[in-house]
Design a protein around this ligand. Structure first.
Ligand code: NAD
Length: 497
């Protein structure tokens, strides 16, 4: 399918191509010619380079997008959606290749890489249903007078995405934005540019006209140029809270519509009547899936009363995980030492390390590793109790009552996800009614709402209105036009005349 198929089908190191910007359907180097290395995190070896862009490159991408807008916008919905049907088919046919590439650039295990590509495909699948939503409402509001709503594209849009889901997060945005008639500039994470590179090729193969999707690679400079560009009308960001706030404020100054999803510190509350096996395995899977580098990962387990029988099972499960097979690497050495710093600090403050992932190694794979870690007796005022660690570390905070647990959860400034583990419906309802989190779970460790429900947190986990996927994504990338019309040329006056 592509000029650049990724050949490797195992974890051994493979060098790959250099990644440039995708502008007007061509791969072009950045104006400065500067590149940075892309490092395979499992091996700590350079697999290729990626262009480093600035405002001139963003200007070129916007120019290509502007040229493509009239034709794409004028293409009927039912034709635009055909591209997504073909994207879905091409992705399914190449699932293996896309998953291995993702595993190599990001460090995920192949199972978890595959899961995230499949989730990306699900987002494309949802996009194929959007023409059904796009049929607007209409009503005769007075004699001979009709109001209708149409959903118009915003025009030139942009998306900025993080390192942890190189294929999936761009697909949180592209299906809704493109099928609605927008043109797009995507800024992938400089640490994992290949997922987006392959998506550009797939969309082209699926028939997307040149210039409708453009990619500008790089970091801070290219992001700032996207925020500042006056022609970009809508911009979505997914990444850390620190950068989400910067992007939100900077973009809003130009009057664009902006939605910025930030970091997380997710609390899973476990009460004594929780089903032990389901709870232990679900909490462990949530904490260590994707090496804890998920904005929906369990970061804190709040143990209400005596749940030691569940903690013991969790320790057992964490200890039997094989690093490199059941759990992948973290993204880079700085991340590994930051994560270990939190464990060291918690230990110094008196917390107890039940499972210790520090200094973990995988033979023959000299990359960035931290093993599964459980820290007991963490308190909410320890950094491990309130800051986002973004690694395979689960902090246990002990409390006596459900109300205390809810107070701890509510006291954290983030608000992405929270879950309750119980066999009592009343307890579940009590907790989910009170959590300060946009995505709540009952006996679910990663409560990601699947389409048509939309994804997004509260408080410091999201800046801007609406959510990013599902129906809300469609609303974000479109604007409603209201048309009030009269075609009966009657002369009797109404309040509207
Ligand atoms: P990040 O904020 O460092 O980077 C995200 C994007 O911003 C990247 O494209 C990066 O190039 C750019 N960027 C980095 N520093 C910048 C700066 N100073 N100015 C402008 N742009 C800058 O995030 P990351 O490390 O790639 O990803 C991990 C973070 O993303 C975690 O905090 C995680 O919780 C969050 N995340 C949130 C969600 C969500 O839905 N809320 C989903 C995935 C990841």
């Amino acid at each position: 399918m592509s000029q650049f198929p990724f050949a490797k089908r195992d974890y051994e190191f493979q060098k790959y191509v250099d990644c440039h910007n995708w502008i007007g359907g061509q791969w072009v180097p950045s104006t400065s010619g500067k590149t940075i290395d892309v490092v395979n995190p499992r091996h700590g070896q350079v697999m290729g380079t990626v262009s480093w862009s600035g405002s001139e490159d963003v200007a070129k991408a916007v120019e290509a997008a502007r040229a493509a807008l009239p034709g794409w916008k004028a293409t009927p919905w039912k034709e635009r959606v055909q591209v997504l049907f073909r994207v879905k088919q091409i992705m399914e046919e190449n699932l293996d290749e896309l998953s291995w590439l993702l595993s190599h650039e990001n460090g995920k295990t192949i199972a978890q890489a595959c899961g995230s590509v499949l989730k990306g495909i699900e987002c494309v699948e949802f996009g194929t249903s959007l023409p059904n939503m796009a049929g607007g409402d209409q009503l005769d509001v007075s004699r001979g007078i009709n109001c209708k709503v149409t959903h118009e594209p915003e025009g030139i849009c942009a998306g900025i995405v993080p390192f942890n889901f190189p294929t999936m997060v761009p697909l949180w945005m592209l299906p809704q934005a493109l099928v609605s008639g927008n043109v797009f500039v995507l800024k992938p994470s400089e640490q994992v540019p290949y997922g987006s590179m392959r998506l550009a090729e797939i969309f082209k193969e699926a028939g997307l006209p040149d210039g409708v999707l453009n990619i500008v690679n790089g970091g801070k400079e290219s992001v700032e140029a996207l925020c500042d560009h006056p022609e970009i009308r809508a911009l979505a960001f997914v990444g850390s809270t620190r950068v989400a706030k910067l992007v939100y404020e900077r973009s809003a100054k130009t009057g664009k519509k902006v939605l910025a999803l930030g970091g997380a510190k997710n609390h899973l509350v476990v009460v004594p009547d929780a089903e032990p096996e389901l709870t232990a395995s679900t909490v462990v899977a949530s904490a260590y899936g994707c090496a804890g580098q998920r904005c929906m990962a369990a970061a804190v387990m709040i143990a209400v009363g005596d749940v030691d029988h569940i903690v013991e099972k969790m320790v057992e499960k964490a200890n039997t995980m094989e690093l490199g097979q059941d759990m992948g690497s973290v993204i880079n050495p700085e991340s590994a030492s930051r994560i270990e710093g939190y464990i060291n600090d918690a230990e110094k403050r008196g917390a107890k390390i039940l499972v210790d992932g520090r200094g973990a190694k995988v033979n023959g794979h000299e990359g960035s590793w931290v093993g599964p870690t459980i820290i007991d007796n963490v308190t909410p005022d320890m950094p491990a109790g309130y800051e986002e660690i973004f690694g395979p570390v689960l902090s246990i905070i002990r409390v006596k009552t459900l109300d205390e647990a809810i107070k701890v959860e509510n006291g954290n400034p983030y608000g992405n996800a929270a879950a309750i583990f119980t066999t009592n419906g009343g307890v579940a309802r009590y907790a989910t009614d009170r959590f300060q989190a946009g995505m709540c779970g009952v006996n679910i460790g990663v409560p990601v709402p699947r389409e048509p429900f939309a994804f997004g947190g509260w408080n410091h986990s999201k800046f801007g209105a609406g959510d990013v996927t599902g129906n809300d994504g469609f609303r974000f990338w479109t604007r409603p036009r209201k048309v009030t019309q009269r075609w009966e040329m009657a002369t009797d006056a109404t309040w509207m005349s």
